[in-house]
Design a protein around this ligand. Structure first.
Ligand code: NAP
Length: 266
């Protein structure tokens, strides 16, 4: 199957590790030129080196940026356009709400506003920054990496759940407003995927609940119908498909990659 991704320009945020890095790798494998970013410059440099060594035919622009900050996101888009003159694909991927406090009565208005200023505003802002040009060029793909908690609320992930539900809704609204311009926006809900963030989650909940990360991990595995934790590649394959020409009649949907953990039928 020809995915039609050769020489497309893909901006993948939060791409120095975890799901974002694997998506960047898979897009490079299909012939995309990349913009990658992250906050920690050492980790970003390692990701950059790995990408240029593995995919020497592809161009990679690596920029240190925090996509939860307006100025950084604006700079990211400006620098990307300066280098490539276009952005064909945006993968919105950045840190979700922290795991430290999820009890509603302990969360102040300020805590909530801080949460909303993070992943939610980050994805909305970057979408706004790339959308006009994508519409102008009559081609674009936006893929949001959201999270199953948006649909399946969990007491351990209250803040993420609220943000993720909003992003699923945002996906649908933007899709409807952009469909006639051939700008397609879809989202992926990771279930439990083995990444640095997942390992941090295990550590934090082990400490909170006075147990070990491995016991929490075993407990999680029991709740997954496929009886195992997912790999970033399993999610990145779908992201590449959604970015491709082959996904030309799909927009506004959120697809779970979760080993069957979502309980609802739709
Ligand atoms: N893994 C899972 O099981 C799971 C489940 C549900 C949802 N998700 C969602 O999937 C997304 C990716 O998760 P992951 O597990 O791959 O996370 P991860 O292992 O923590 O990796 C996140 C990557 O994004 C970068 N990043 C994070 N926040 C950023 C920001 N504000 N600006 C720029 N770069 C940023 C990180 O580098 P720096 O820290 O250096 O910036 C790192 O490269 C998140 O939105 C998460 O909520 C993951």
């Amino acid at each position: 199957m020809d995915l039609g991704l050769k020489n497309k320009v893909a901006l993948v945020t939060g791409s120095s590790a975890g799901i974002g890095f694997t998506i960047a790798e898979k897009l490079a494998e299909e012939g995309c030129n990349l913009i990658i970013c992250g906050r920690n410059s050492q980790q970003l440099q390692e990701a950059y080196q790995s990408l240029i060594q593995t995919y020497p035919s592809q161009q990679v622009l690596s920029l240190s940026a925090d996509v939860h900050q307006a100025e950084d996101s604006e700079r990211l888009v400006q620098e990307s356009l300066k280098k490539y003159g276009r952005i064909d694909i945006l993968v919105n991927n950045s840190e979700g709400a922290n795991f430290t406090e999820n009890l509603i009565e302990n969360l102040s208005d300020e805590d909530w506003l801080t949460v909303f200023q993070g992943k939610l505003m980050g994805y909305i802002r970057l979408t706004n920054l790339v959308l006009p040009r994508m519409k102008q060029q009559q081609w674009g793909r936006i893929i949001n990496i959201i999270g199953t908690s948006g649909k399946e609320p969990s007491p351990r992930l209250v803040k993420s759940g609220v943000v993720n539900a909003a992003l699923m809704n945002f996906t649908k609204s933007v899709a409807r407003q952009s469909a006639t311009s051939c700008v397609l926006i879809n989202s992926i809900n990771p279930g439990i995927i083995d990444t640095p963030r997942h390992r941090e989650y295990l550590q934090i909940y082990a400490e909170k609940e006075g147990t070990t990360p491995d016991i929490i991990r075993q407990e999680i595995i029991k709740s997954i119908p496929m009886n195992r934790i997912g790999r970033s590649e399993e999610l990145a394959n779908l992201a590449v498909f959604l970015a491709s020409e082959c996904a030309s009649y799909m927009t506004g949907i959120t697809i779970p990659v979760d080993g069957g953990i979502s309980a609802s039928a739709f």
